[in-house]
Design a protein around this ligand. Structure first.
Ligand SMILES: [Fe+2]
Length: 189
């Protein structure tokens, strides 16, 4: 019972005090140069700062902070020169990041990234797909966003998407065109 009460209290952090969004991800990569080329060429990211392993006494690994726009970092690449990076097998690996996603500001941007991925001959491992059981071309999955997925040089799975549904204060889903998505309701409001 106490656990339930604690959980409810945690869920009731007022909206003006709640963390705004899940913002950056820090990825450990086996080859910083390869990954830099990928993230700069494909996503147009820029280097904010790059630091060598041991440059700071608490940071024994290399770090590169990358940004999309004007925030200091949206993605951080790390690389430990003392570590042996063994490529994950398809069937056996430690639990880790399944995928992370970059939001496009509009459909033109989504289309531009899709053609860029094709131009760069990246393997598109899924999509483009509309995650919807409401949209006539939807695949029956969740979020109402249109997405495609590629792999980075270490096989981290990256989603590029646009048009994710918003959830109203009442818990209803509204798609990117302002239309209520029928038969959907957030599990928690
Ligand atoms: Fe996703």
């Amino acid at each position: 019972m106490n656990n339930v009460v604690n959980k409810m209290e945690l869920n009731n952090i007022p909206t003006d005090l709640r963390a705004k969004r899940c913002q950056h991800v820090s990825l450990e990569v086996s080859d910083i140069e390869k990954s830099l080329t990928f993230y700069r060429n494909f996503l147009g990211m820029k280097i904010s700062e790059r630091h060598k392993a041991g440059e700071h006494k608490n940071i024994p690994f290399e770090m590169v902070f990358l940004r999309l726009n004007n925030r200091h970092h949206d993605l951080v690449l790390t690389h430990d020169p003392m570590r042996k990076y063994i490529r994950k097998s398809q069937t056996e690996s430690a639990a880790g990041i399944h995928h992370f996603a970059f939001e496009c500001p509009n459909r033109d941007s989504f289309a531009a990234y899709l053609s860029r991925a094709r131009q760069m001959k990246l393997e598109i491992v899924r999509g483009p797909v509309i995650h919807s059981s409401f949209h006539e071309d939807g695949d029956g999955t969740w979020g109402e966003n249109e997405s495609f997925y590629v792999l980075d040089p270490d096989h981290h799975r990256i989603e590029i998407f646009c048009d994710m549904a918003r959830i109203t204060d009442e818990g209803n889903y509204v798609n990117a065109y302002g239309v209520n998505v029928p038969n959907t309701f957030a599990d928690e409001i």
